[in-house]
Design a protein around this ligand. Structure first.
Ligand code: SF4
Length: 343
């Protein structure tokens, strides 16, 4: 059940159990939800869509009267439903899921157990993908994933036999040149994984190597404005960033406090490429546009990080901003939009 914004071909099926060997990032087994300690639970903010089967399964559950009242308001049928995108979680005035309890736990899960949750809620931040074979990526839209990447280990992959219940399975693209895909992705991973140069230098190398088109500050500004609309609590940071878009975007100030942060950020960008299955874009392997996306995304991120630092948001504030930023790049059609805006 990918929740990534990319519009890949999907098969709608009755609920099925997938048991396969997946390529996973090295920290996959270490993940454990922060539950009540999470500062930005997965259901906050952006819309989560569920399929028609899930909607009727959830609405037909036997529940306590209290849960029934909440559940009836928590799910809303979309204006133009199809079997895959049938309903969404309807947030309350504060942007929270109506099933979220004050202690940070989900009322549905507490009363009916994990199997009662929608598949997105059950698996997030894990995302089984199939475009180039089974891969289980982890979204950086979850703050625990970010914490897991903030250590000295190199970003590596391993294999795991995993089981997922899915009602929608992404199609493997039989036309994809998997050797070409792997070569491009491998080169990007190798460059981002280097320890002898900064993230900015890595991005320059990748941009030159793949002839990335240039982007304008106006394109980045548009995305900062969009982020500010989605996350009201980031509005100040976004506005301050917009004021200074032309200023440098090095990490010097941040690195003075967190010397290894540049390396952690490089690992996050590797995670982004893996999660979004880049350089696969809209049915093709596109190296140049992938380099453009990575370059624009990193530039945007560095600007926002500098502002977080200047605003003395502290480590938790920085992680919160990163989780929101990556939720934005993972759950909207960020790749598609940033390409479209250049044209
Ligand atoms: S964002 Fe991550 S840590 Fe927070 S509630 Fe969701 S899965 Fe758990």
């Amino acid at each position: 059940m990918p929740i990534c914004g990319q519009e890949n071909k999907r098969r709608i099926e009755a609920l099925m159990k997938i048991n396969e060997v997946f390529t996973v990032p090295y920290y996959y087994d270490e993940f454990a939800c922060r539950c009540g300690d999470c500062r930005h639970t997965c259901c906050v903010g952006l819309d989560i869509n569920i399929s028609r089967d899930e909607y009727f399964r959830m609405m037909g559950m036997e529940t306590s009267p209290e849960l029934r009242d909440k559940l009836d308001l928590a799910l809303k049928i979309l204006p133009d439903p199809d079997p895959y995108r049938y309903a969404c979680i309807a947030h309350d005035y504060h942007g929270d899921c109506r099933l979220l309890m004050p202690d940070g736990y989900c009322m549905l899960q507490r009363e009916r157990g994990e199997d009662a949750l929608s598949l997105v809620c059950r698996y997030f931040p894990r995302s089984p993908r199939f475009i180039v074979g089974p891969r289980a990526a982890m979204s950086l839209g979850c703050e625990e994933t970010i914490y897991l990447l903030c250590d000295d280990r190199n970003y590596e992959y391993t294999s795991r036999e995993l089981t997922f219940d899915l009602d929608v399975r992404e199609d493997t693209d039989e036309n994809i040149d998997t050797d070409y895909f792997s070569r491009i992705q491998g080169e990007i991973f190798e460059c981002l994984g280097r320890r002898d140069i900064s993230l900015s230098e890595k991005i320059s190398i990748i941009s030159q190597r793949f002839n990335a088109p240039s982007f304008t500050p106006e394109i980045l500004e548009k995305f900062v404005e969009l982020m500010s609309d989605v996350y009201e609590d980031l509005t100040d940071i976004c506005l301050a960033t917009l004021d200074n878009m032309e200023k440098g975007h090095g990490l010097e100030d941040v690195l003075g406090v967190m010397p290894d942060f540049d390396f952690y950020l490089s690992k996050m960008m590797i995670n982004e490429v893996f999660y979004r299955q880049l350089p696969y874009l809209e049915g093709e392997v596109r190296a140049s546009e992938t380099a453009y996306i990575i370059s624009a995304e990193t530039t945007l991120l560095l600007q926002l990080i500098n502002k977080c630092y200047e605003s003395s948001m502290g480590e938790d504030g920085l992680i919160d901003m990163l989780a929101r930023f990556f939720r934005f790049t993972n759950q909207t059609r960020f790749d598609h939009n940033i390409i479209a805006m250049r044209k």
